[in-house]
Design a protein around this ligand. Structure first.
Ligand code: GLU
Length: 317
């Protein structure tokens, strides 16, 4: 049987919140229940939002929950090759491969121009770039490059990419009309998530990706990159998101739902029991260790739809 290599890849842009803990628990259970090896990777691509302190806190919060990993960073240790901020060389090599295929172009659009150039995509409010910089002449590119540093975009083919998600079922997108040409490197030099995540999952041998349903619509773009770079994609499982009792998506701004607040209110085993119950793995919440859930884990029990928290469990609204 194939060795399963799972991963958890959080962005350290704030304290871990309830939704991240839910995702970490399910990624860990999916991996461990298949006898897999777990990788932790710090996705700190955005230097304006990510801080090493948050990353270390995150690792401590995972340890507190009882979720371990076989390869990855350690709390308090300086950034290393498991932090994306250290992996630029790999992303640069991938970019060169795409450049050689003539698939990249510089985009000089400012934020305001982008706003005007994009039509919201009806189904999920995503914006689709209209490709206005794709056809610029070499002279015009030189001219614009004197004034502004461009972002780099990938010209996507007119093609539909579909795949079978292990949790959500069949999902597909038309690349040109639903995704548009997307950025691989920002004008400030920061690498784009879409490129980095593909390079890293492939380089780290990851073959099982469990993550939030909000990233389902990124997956066709990532599958395109896997193909263009000659890499083997993992199997994807997009799990439901946790919503507030009022139906709002939980975010890092819900301070009381971050692990700092939760750790003051409950023990790790209690939190694990509630998360497992929300995931459909327990009939009612009871305190237990993540490893006690391994025999109970089954994708058939995990709901597809987002999960609304009952009022009063963690918050009222
Ligand atoms: N770093 C992303 C996040 O924290 C997750 C990326 C992924 O799992 O592919 O939202």
């Amino acid at each position: 049987m194939e060795q399963i290599n799972g991963r958890f890849a959080p962005s350290p842009s704030g304290r871990m919140h309830l939704g991240n803990a839910f995702c970490a628990l399910l990624a860990w259970l999916a991996c461990r229940s298949a006898g897999g090896r777990m990788t932790l990777r710090v996705e700190d691509l955005d230097p304006n939002r990510c801080k090493p302190d948050y990353a270390w806190r995150l690792m401590e919060d995972l340890e507190w929950l009882g979720l371990d990993w076989d390869q990855g960073p350690r709390p308090g240790q300086p950034p290393d090759r498991y932090w994306q901020s250290w992996r630029g060389e790999l992303y640069g090599q991938a970019l060169d491969k795409l450049e050689e295929q003539g698939l990249l172009y510089p985009c000089f659009c400012t934020r305001a121009e982008l706003h005007a150039a994009q039509a919201p995509h009806a189904s999920d409010g995503l914006f689709v770039y209209d490709g206005r910089c794709r056809g610029l002449s070499p002279e015009r590119r030189r001219e614009l490059a004197q004034k502004r540093r461009p972002a780099l975009r990938l010209a996507v083919p007119a093609e539909r990419i579909a795949f079978a998600d292990g949790c959500q079922g069949l999902f597909g997108q038309d690349l040109q009309t639903e995704c548009g040409d997307f950025i691989l490197r920002r004008s400030d030099g920061a690498w784009a998530y879409q490129l980095a995540v593909v390079c890293d999952d492939a380089a780290m041998g990851v073959n099982q990706v469990v993550r939030g349903r909000d990233l389902l619509s990124s997956t066709p773009r990532q599958l395109l990159l896997y193909r263009l770079l000659g890499l083997t994609p993992p199997r994807f499982y997009h799990i439901p998101l946790l919503l507030s009792p009022g139906g709002r998506r939980l975010s890092k701004r819900d301070g009381d739902l971050d692990l700092g607040g939760l750790r003051e209110k409950m023990r790790a085993e209690e939190l694990t029991g509630v998360l497992a119950w929300l995931a459909g793995l327990l009939e009612k919440p009871r305190p237990l260790q993540p490893r006690e859930l391994i025999p109970l884990f089954d994708w058939g029990k995990i709901p597809r739809r987002d999960i609304q928290l009952p009022a009063g469990l963690f918050c009222e609204k």
